[in-house]
Design a protein around this ligand. Structure first.
Ligand SMILES: NC(=O)c1ccc[n+]([C@@H]2O[C@H](COP(=O)([O-])OP(=O)(O)OC[C@H]3O[C@@H](n4cnc5c(N)ncnc54)[C@H](OP(=O)(O)O)[C@@H]3O)[C@@H](O)[C@H]2O)c1
Length: 392
C-alpha cells in the first residue's frame, strides 16, 4: 500500500460512476463492501451522480450520504484532488485513449493505486512509457485491464502455471468462449483502438526498447494459426486482443512462469462455419474502424451510456480454457462465470480495488498486471464471489 494510505480520507473512489459499467461497479460495492468502507462516487455531471446515488440508496438507505466528487478528465486539478483523497481509484471513463491519461498521471504523482477497464493496448503502452518510473517512485500500483479484459486470462494463466509447478519451459494456450452483448462504451473504445493500428505498433516498439526483457528467461505472446484443437473439441481462431500481452507481461515479471514461457490466445468455436463467420465479422469491424465516415456512422448507431439489459445479462456467460504443457505433462484448467462484459467485469473491478486497498499483496509498484499485483488474493476473492477457477 502507498505509505500514507492510512491518512487518506477515502479507501476507494469510482470515477465514471454515471456510466453503464461504473454504476454496476458502484452497485456491486454497495452490496459487497466490507463494513466501514469509506468510498465515494466521482464524475463530471453532479445531477447524474445524484441520480446514481439515489438508486443505490433505494437498496441501502445508509448510502444516501455517499460523498460525490466533481471530476472531469479535462480538468487536471479535479483529478489531482480525487487522487490525493483516496487510497485506490477505480476508473470506468473510456475510451481511455481519449480520456484516461490525466488520471494515471495524477495517481502516479500522488502514490495512489489505480484500476481501470481498458482493453486498448496503445493506451497501456503509452502509460507505461510516461508514468511507470514515477509510479515506482511514489509507490502507486497502476493496474490496467482489470475486467473481462484481462483478469480471467491473466489470473487463469497464473492459476495454470501454479498447477503445473514446473521449472521447465511452459507452453500455454488460452481459449475463450462467451455469449453476451457489448455496451456503447465498449463499442466506442474498440472502434477508437482499432482505428489506430500504426500508433499502436509504434507505442509497442517504444515500450519494448525501454522495458527490455527479463534476464536469463523468456516470456512471449505467440500468435497462433486457426486450427482444430482435439483436446477441447473446438476450432481455434487467434484472438488479437490485449489479453496475450498482459499474460506475457506477467510471465516476464514472475519467476514461477519458468525459463521459457509461451502463451497463445484464441477464440474457441464449435464449427468451421462459425470460425469463418467470426473472422469475417472481426475483420469487417477492424476495416470499418479505418474508414472515418463508416466509423463515425457506426458510432452514431450505438450510443455511449447504453448497455445490455439485466435479462440479457442473466443469459450471458463465459469460459476460458487453458491447456498448459511442460516437461511432458499437460494440465487443463477453466475459468468461468456469468455475463463477462458487465456483471462479472464490475465484480472483477471492484474486487481488484478491494484487494489493492486491504489485502496483504506482494510488494509491487509501477505499472503491474493483476497477476503481479494480487494473484492469489484476487483469485480467492473472485472464487468467493462466484467466478470459478477449476482444474479439469
Ligand atoms: N475490458 C473490459 O472487460 C470492459 C468491460 C466493460 C467496459 N469496458 C470499458 O469501460 C469503459 C466504460 O464503458 P461503459 O460501457 O461503462 O461506458 P459509458 O456507459 O459510456 O460510460 C462512460 C463514463 O465516462 C464518463 N465520461 C466520459 N467523458 C468524461 C470526461 N471528460 N470526464 C469525466 N467523465 C467522463 C461518462 O460520464 P457522463 O455520464 O457524464 O457522460 C460515463 O460515466 C469503456 O472504455 C469500455 O471499453 C471494458
Amino acid at each position: 500500500m502507498p505509505a500514507d494510505s492510512d491518512t487518506r480520507e477515502l479507501d476507494i473512489v469510482i470515477f465514471g460512476a454515471t456510466g453503464f459499467t461504473g454504476e454496476l461497479t458502484a452497485a456491486y460495492l454497495a452490496q459487497h463492501a466490507p463494513v466501514g468502507l469509506r468510498w465515494a462516487l466521482a464524475g463530471r455531471n453532479q445531477a447524474k451522480l445524484e441520480q446514481v446515488r439515489a438508486r443505490l440508496a433505494e437498496r441501502d438507505a445508509s448510502l444516501a450520504d455517499l460523498p460525490l466528487l466533481h471530476a472531469d478528465s479535462s480538468d487536471d486539478a479535479s483529478l489531482r484532488a480525487v487522487a490525493e483523497a483516496t487510497t485506490v481509484v477505480i476508473t470506468t471513463v473510456g475510451p481511455y485513449l481519449l480520456h484516461g491519461e490525466a488520471l494515471v498521471a495524477a495517481c502516479a504523482a500522488a502514490g495512489t493505486d489505480y484500476v481501470d477497464l481498458t482493453g486498448e493496448p496503445e493506451f497501456v503502452d503509452r502509460m507505461y512509457l510516461a508514468y511507470h518510473d514515477q509510479a515506482v517512485e511514489s509507490g502507486a500500483r497502476i493496474v490496467h485491464a482489470a475486467g473481462f479484459d484481462s483478469i480471467p486470462h491473466d489470473l487463469g494463466a497464473w492459476f495454470t502455471v501454479q498447477e503445473l509447478g514446473s521449472s521447465a519451459p511452459i507452453t500455454l494456450r488460452g481459449v475463450v468462449r462467451a455469449g453476451g452483448m457489448a455496451s456503447g462504451g465498449t463499442f466506442h473504445s474498440a472502434m477508437t483502438a482499432m482505428s489506430r493500428p500504426r500508433q499502436m505498433r509504434e507505442a509497442m516498439v517504444e515500450r519494448r526498447k525501454k522495458e527490455g526483457r527479463p534476464t536469463g528467461r523468456k516470456s512471449r505472446a505467440v500468435s497462433g494459426k486457426p486450427h482444430r484443437d482435439r483436446l477441447l473439441g473446438l476450432w481455434l481462431l487467434p484472438l488479437p486482443t490485449i489479453d496475450p500481452f498482459v499474460v506475457a507481461r506477467s510471465g516476464a515479471a514472475l519467476a514461477s512462469y519458468g525459463p521459457d514461457f509461451r502463451y497463445s490466445h484464441y477464440a474457441g468455436l464449435k464449427t468451421l462455419r462459425y470460425t469463418v463467420g467470426g473472422s469475417v465479422v472481426v475483420g469487417g469491424l477492424a476495416l470499418s474502424a479505418q474508414i472515418p465516415p463508416l466509423r463515425n456512422f457506426l458510432k452514431t448507431r450505438i450510443k455511449q451510456g447504453d448497455g445490455p439489459s439485466i435479462q440479457r445479462r442473466k443469459k450471458s456467460w463465459f469460459t476460458v480454457d487453458f491447456v498448459g504443457e511442460s516437461a511432458g505433462r499437460t494440465v487443463h484448467t477453466r475459468v468461468s462465470g456469468g455475463d463477462p462484459g458487465y456483471d462479472e467485469t464490475a465484480k472483477m473491478l471492484a474486487e481488484s480495488a478491494l484487494s489493492l486497498a486491504f489485502d496483504d499483496n506482494p510488494q509491487t509498484s509501477g505499472q503491474v498486471t493483476t497477476a503481479q499485483a494480487m494473484a492469489e488474493n484476487l483469485v480467492t476473492r473472485l472464487q468467493k464471489a462466484g467466478i470459478s477457477f477449476e482444474v479439469l
